[in-house]
Design a protein around this ligand. Structure first.
Ligand code: KG4
Ligand code: ZN
Length: 342
């Protein structure tokens, strides 16, 4: 049986997982630093690097503590691993160095293959671990804290990038909006929660890069995203409301801002998906991954907007950074290198 160990340390999660060639999750563990970064409203690279360094060895002990072969029930050790996959880019350099050096040391000592994984590929591939039935080619949207990109996925190793953000990522817009409303980092889940009690049509925000000219077939930004103007609009609204009130804004208004902001994000993403589908009309299936894909409001708006298309998402807990996605991307590379060899 092939077993792959995956290590993730690109941002503020130290995570690891073991999966086997049947895509079974043998064990997975994660230490999140988000509480610690919360008071700064975002990830502090220096703190993140030090925490990864402290966390990685205890995390690995925890990972193997109850790791067993699902069929025989026999305990698994590091010696049973067929290879060690580690996210090596993109990310904060301190965290990358901790994860990659740890993984390489294991590989050098135990003569195992080191499998370098692109963190973005790992996010994109995550839905394919859970759904064998996804058809190719499909449209993939990666909406995370660091990235907002679209791809045509031709097969599990062949992605064509068709769009990306020209400024902020969508997760960053969630996090900055949350910060302006004094909600804790990471902002996405807190905005989603507060939005449930808000009026999503109370405030109108701009939708950058989707006006008439940006929607025309020959505009180079047809498939690109932009969120910085939306972020600025939220900031100006909050400032104006504070000036009018002469005090902090009330809880209901905060909820209405969250709901209206989330509504605007959904409208922007729906128009962008629509533009992709116009350009690639043969596509019937859409795969969405990255931290923002855990947002259930967005999921339901997408399904309502495209009832004839099929959407796939990773389970919510595997949308944000985790070790399983790195192990799965590593498994795909490992299996294809065996094929190439024989
Ligand atoms: O994929 P991820 O863990 O890290 C990156 O690779 O960037 O994504 C983290 C991002 C954060 O910006 C966080 O606010 C956002 O995902 N996020 C959400 C939700 N859960 C996490 N955004 C909107 N709604 C959510 N429920
Ligand atoms: Zn990520």
């Amino acid at each position: 049986m092939i077993y792959i160990l995956g290590i993730e340390s690109t941002c503020d999660e130290t995570a690891a997982a073991i999966i086997n060639e049947k895509k079974e999750i043998i064990s997975h563990v994660l230490i999140s630093q988000s509480l610690e970064h919360s008071e700064f409203g975002g990830v502090v690279p220096e703190i993140a690097s030090r925490r990864h360094l402290e966390n990685i060895s205890p995390l690995m002990n925890l990972l193997f503590k109850d790791a067993k072969d699902p069929e025989t029930g026999e305990a698994l050790s590091i010696h049973d691993m067929s290879g060690v996959a580690c996210a090596v880019k993109p990310g904060l350099i301190g965290g990358l160095l901790v994860g990659a050096n740890f993984a390489k040391a294991i590989c050098d000592c135990l003569e195992k293959p080191f499998i370098p994984v692109d963190h973005l590929d790992a996010h994109l591939l995550m839905p394919f671990m859970f759904f064998d039935e996804i058809q190719f080619p499909n449209l993939a949207l990666l909406i995370s804290g660091g990235h907002c990109q679209s791809f045509i996925i031709k097969d599990l190793q062949n992605f064509e990038k068709i769009g990306g953000t020209i400024d902020d990522s969508v997760g960053e817009a969630f996090d900055k909006t949350a910060q302006m409303l004094s909600l804790a980092y990471p902002g996405g889940p807190n905005i989603e929660k507060l939005a449930r009690s808000g009026d999503r049509f109370r405030f109108k925000f701009p939708k950058p890069l989707i006006g008439g000219k940006f929607n025309s077939e020959n505009n180079e930004n047809l498939l690109n995203f932009s969120f910085s103007g939306l972020k600025t609009a939220v900031r100006i609204l909050i400032q104006n409301l504070k000036n009018e009130l002469g005090s902090e804004i009330d809880q209901q208004t905060k909820a209405d801002i969250c709901a209206s902001f989330q509504q605007t994000i959904s409208e922007i993403l729906i128009i962008k998906i629509e533009n992709c589908l116009k350009r690639f009309p043969e596509i019937n299936e859409i795969v969405i991954s990255g931290g923002v894909a855990s947002n259930l409001f967005l999921r339901s708006e997408f399904s309502k907007a495209f009832p004839e298309k099929k959407f796939y998402y990773p389970p919510v807990k595997f949308c944000t950074d985790n070790g399983v996605m790195i192990a799965f991307a590593g498994l795909i590379q490992f299996l294809s290198s065996i094929k190439k060899f024989h």
